[in-house]
Design a protein around this ligand. Structure first.
Ligand code: ATP
Length: 253
């Protein structure tokens, strides 16, 4: 099977149809310019990585796509519709689900209840919800073992799995992942990234932002380098991994 992934994984079912189109997007916090004139495209079925260091603007970009932070200029189009000024609940209903940085599970609730909450929009479709929960448990067997455990007592890696699983219950057409590797041991990073690839192979379009450039570009088809709020470079992930500037700045060799 031909591969367009840097890490040689089979390609997702990318169709070429544009799911997300971002044009000239800017956002700030008072006088602090966080993202500036961002152009970005994610095709249906793609796994795209945005890598950048501390404070590069990764979280602000995802928050702006989700409607959690206002766009001050530019346009966001999702599946052909202009969603730039939509409120977050409407954006979620359209199919964009964000897994926030730092896991953000409901600590006093069980694993199972966290997943139930992820599916609140589909609460009438009980059969689907049950099936989808079981699918999450198949993806992350440790969550099945701990389905009655309080989420706040899970390890960091398990909480990250739960946060991703909860987003899947929202039936995402585009999954936004904010630094899923943050604070995790290398083996857990591998596990989480294995699942991200699997989700993409099942047809979920994924936009992943990461400081861990090496791991993110190893699984992505294409990548963007974000520097002080601007897109500094974009290319197929394999090219970015081989780029001398990128290697020096982000890969440490
Ligand atoms: P990190 O990897 O450290 O989370 P990031 O790439 O996600 O960084 P952002 O959190 O989007 O970057 O921050 C982009 C810029 O906006 C930084 O200069 C940051 O200090 C600033 N910033 C972020 N949040 C706020 C805020 N609530 N108020 C003021 N400035 C902010």
């Amino acid at each position: 099977m031909p591969s367009d992934r840097a890490g040689g994984c089979p390609s997702a079912a990318a169709t070429g149809h544009s799911l997300l189109d971002v044009m000239g997007l800017s956002g700030h916090y008072g006088p602090v310019r966080a993202i500036h004139q961002i152009d970005l495209r994610v095709g249906a079925g793609e796994l795209v990585a945005i890598v950048g260091g501390n404070g590069a603007g990764k979280t602000t970009l995802l928050h702006t796509l989700s409607g959690l932070h206002p766009a001050h200029a530019g346009q966001i189009r999702f599946d052909g519709r202009d969603i730039t000024r939509w409120l977050p609940h409407r954006i979620v209903a359209a199919g964009i689900c964000q897994v926030l940085e730092g896991r953000q599970v409901f600590a006093p609730l069980s694993v199972e209840d966290n997943l139930r909450l992820g599916g609140y929009r589909q609460h009438r479709d009980r059969g689907w919800l049950r099936e989808e929960r079981e699918r999450v448990y198949t993806l992350f067997p440790i969550l099945a073992e701990r389905r009655r455990q309080l989420a706040g007592t899970l390890s960091g890696g398990q909480q990250q799995m739960l946060a991703i699983g909860r987003a899947l219950l929202g039936r995402p057409r585009l999954l936004l992942l904010d630094e899923p590797s943050m604070g995790l041991a290398p083996l857990l990073v591998e596990e989480i990234f294995r699942v991200i690839v699997e989700l993409n192979q099942r047809g979920v379009t994924i936009l992943l932002v990461e400081q861990n450039a090496r791991a993110a570009l190893a699984i992505a088809g294409r990548g963007y380098i974000l520097e002080t709020g601007r897109i500094a470079k974009t290319a197929p992930a394999a090219e970015l991994l081989a780029d001398d500037d990128v290697r020096r700045a982000y890969l440490g060799y």
